[in-house]
Design a protein around this ligand. Sequence first.
Ligand SMILES: [Zn+2]
Length: 141
Amino acid sequence: MNDKYKKYKQLIELATNLSVAKELTKEATAGYAGTALLASNGEIYTGKSLTGICSIAFCGEVGAVLSMLKDGISEIEAIVTVSNDRKLMPPCGRCREMMYQVDRKNLKTKLLLENGRVVTLNDLFPERAQELWETLQEDSS
Ligand SMILES: [Zn+2]
């Protein structure tokens, strides 16, 4: 088993262990999904989802990315999110945008999916508004 495979297996195990839904109040539940990421500094950061009323919803990716950012790191090598039914989930559109906004190098981030599939953020986020804005600004100058 090579080191990269061992790290990915560790990420999946951590995310799975965090993916345990716990009702905090009548309104809020934590842990419909758990996330683990391997950052460019070699450290692993984790998070879990928080869902409530009044449109309160934070994916597991948000918690893991914020945990990484507090250490001054923004580049993600690999990330995985596991749902309560033990499925490896691709990040939602907002989280794809978030990972791109915190560090452009995250287009190379490996996303671990079902059946051993590994894709990059760029594969799942090929059209980016920022690049259109940059083109429009260049055209107007
Ligand atoms: Zn999300």
